[in-house]
Design a protein around this ligand. Structure first.
Ligand code: PEP
Ligand code: MG
Length: 604
């Protein structure tokens, strides 16, 4: 597909819509991954992917109708999000875009399209994707034949609504980005974490999207890959074409479309400075992470993808503090087996050469269900509160047992700890420990090599209820890892992936800090290790505060590790602890932020 041949458009808006001429434009969004990318735009065309066609077994019909309804529901949510983003556009454009999105929404509510697809699934036993495609083709044909210019023009709307449904049903990346020219910048309505995982930083210079929040997994993946990225940029796809020159400033949260030569030159210089700073930071890899008053701090790396391991080693990470195993389930149609998982984990453990690896069991669920799992579970109304992480693992013990078996075997090759996400009560962790024992005995009977003692089993503290009962959880856990991303999300009731409430996502809210403080205290009382592995750990702004609260282990995206190490080496722990006490006496997060920034300014 050659998007150059399309008229420029906001994705989800038909080609017939009037659009401004292409020229220099500056847009604001959320700077989620710092750095400056200058390159050629590749506008992700939300085209129709290849659809599978098959006949359903009679007993599969009801589940297929349900799957279709979930895709429709998701499409409605996407459209209302796009509509609220459109409010940030200039008045006339906002009204046009809203009208068109409403037309698409209408097509998804009790319409002929929906009824036609339901009939095809129920009566013809067609799979949902094929049913949508054929119903769209039929409706488009009928509309195009009408002797009414307005109705004929609605054909594009019908096709667009159908494409959205098919994409939602397939839950696949829009396209393989591997064929893009070096230095391309991806512009899209939305990129899923799985889409983002396919971006090769050697080829792709950066990306920007209309939707997405600063702490969602797409943002985390961008930081993991070291790709400058801006999310939540309203109007991004209006009046831009593949081939246009784009600047993405991932720190300031700016996207500049077709910049003037002066602006381009200015950003080239800024990019050179940023690159030079990155090079300079590499020299920190070999120096220890100790404060000025000689307290050692452990800085480890979070890994989203095994290919980040080289970066982790390059920056001198003292281990992998969080291995998110979700990558094993992404962009595929089947489930990874024990052997495959074992081989990947073993390679990681061996390459870490004696440094510990903390492997987290699967944290997938709700809307994030990977392809092979999606078919078994309905998308709940509140995905973040639904069948996610350990809840899924305990409901589907085979899934968890396979992972535990792979992890136990990998632990025979080097230090490996097992971390369980979204733990809420001691019973859940006890259950996992029992399963680990059963799996270990099964592996022994099979003659597999296991470590002399079973790996340490830890709980992620990322639900407020878990933090508040950290004393009880500490009795059954070998260690804690505080996941501030979810802890903030659930404490403040802010969807971490929603750009509309991103301004309310506040790591310095006193409620969040008190939960962190209480968890650290509970770990100390029970004499178990505690680390922080949420995004707060990788932001040097928070280093003094976290150390002041008693944290000594931080795990973060490899790219952030040198920045945090530089901060550790400039601060005095005794002073940081006293300052943290002052901050904890405050009840207003604005005041806490001011105190923290004052302290950081003194460090320079
Ligand atoms: C967290 O919630 O802080 C965390 C580290 O886990 P994830 O971002 O993968 O949910
Ligand atoms: Mg989490």
């Amino acid at each position: 597909m050659n998007p150059r041949s399309d008229r420029p458009r906001e994705s989800g808006v038909p080609h017939s819509m009037p659009l401004p001429a292409t020229g220099p434009r500056n847009l604001r969004g959320l700077g989620v991954s710092s750095g400056i990318a200058i390159g050629v735009a590749h506008v992700v065309d939300a085209g129709t992917p290849q659809v599978p066609e098959y006949v359903l077994a009679p007993e599969a019909v009801a589940a297929e109708v349900k799957r279709f309804h979930h895709a429709v529901e998701k499409a409605r949510r996407q459209l209302s999000k796009l509509k609220s983003k459109a409010g940030a556009l200039p008045d006339a454009a906002a009204a046009d875009v809203a009208t068109l999105l409403e037309a698409h929404q209408a097509m998804l509510s009790g319409s002929r399209l929906i009824r036609g697809v339901e009939r095809r699934i129920a009566e013809d036993r067609q799979n949902a994707e094929a049913a949508v495609q054929q119903e769209i083709a039929l409706l488009a044909q009928r509309f195009a034949a009408m002797d009414d210019a307005y109705l004929a023009a609605r054909v594009d709307d019908i096709r667009e609504a159908g494409r959205r449904l098919i994409r939602n049903l397939l839950d696949r990346p829009f396209q393989a980005f591997s064929q893009l020219a070096e230095g391309s910048i991806i512009l899209a309505e939305e990129l899923s974490p799985a889409d983002t995982a396919l971006l090769d930083p050697k080829r792709i210079a950066g990306f920007a999207t209309v939707l997405g929040g600063a702490e969602g997994h797409t943002a985390i993946m961008a930081r993991a890959l070291g790709l400058p990225a801006v999310l939540g940029a309203a109007g991004l796809l209006t009046g831009v074409q593949t081939g246009d020159i784009i600047i993405v400033d991932g720190r300031a949260g700016r996207v500049l479309l077709n910049p003037t030569p002066d602006v381009l030159e200015e950003y080239r210089q800024r990019r050179a400075l940023w690159r030079a700073e990155r090079e300079q930071l590499k020299t920190l890899a070999a120096v220890p992470a100790v404060t000025r008053d000689k307290h050692a701090v452990t800085l480890q790396a979070n890994l989203e993808l095994p290919r980040e391991l080289d970066n982790a080693l390059e920056v001198g990470a003292a281990g992998i503090g969080l291995l998110r195993t979700e990558f094993l389930y992404m962009n595929r149609d089947d489930l990874p087996g024990e052997e495959e998982q074992y081989e990947i984990l073993r390679a990681l453990v061996e390459q870490m050469d004696g440094h510990p690896v903390t492997a987290r069991t699967l944290d997938i669920g709700g809307e994030k269900l990977a392809g092979p799992l999606r078919q078994h579970f309905a998308t709940p109304a509140n995905p973040a509160l639904g069948l996610r992480a350990i809840r899924l693992g305990l409901k589907e013990p085979k899934l968890l047992e396979t992972q535990l078996a792979a992890m136990l075997r990998a632990a025979a090759h080097g230090p490996l700890r097992i971390l369980v996400p979204m733990i809420c009560s001691p019973g859940e962790l006890r259950h996992v420990r029992d399963m680990m024992g059963i799996v270990a005995r099964r592996l022994q009977r099979r003659g597999e090599k296991l470590p002399d003692t079973l790996p340490k089993l830890g709980a992620m503290i990322e639900i407020p209820g878990a933090a508040l009962s950290a004393d009880a959880l500490a009795q059954v856990s070998d260690f804690f890892a505080i996941g501030t991303n979810d802890l903030i999300q659930y404490t403040l009731a802010i969807d971490r992936g929603d750009e509309q409430v991103a301004h309310l996502y506040d790591p310095l809210h006193p409620a969040v800090l008190r939960l962190v403080q209480f968890t650290v205290g509970a770990a100390a009382r029970a004499r178990i290790p505690v680390s922080v592995c949420g995004e707060m750990a990788g932001d040097p702004r928070y280093t003094a505060l976290l150390l002041g609260l008693g944290v000594r282990d931080l795990s973060m995206a490899p790219g952030n590790l040198p920045l945090v190490k530089r901060r550790v080496r400039t601060l005095d722990l005794e002073k940081a602890s006293r300052h943290a006490e002052t901050m904890m006496a405050e009840v207003d997060s604005g005041r806490i932020a001011a105190l923290l920034d004052d302290f950081n300014d003194l460090l320079g």
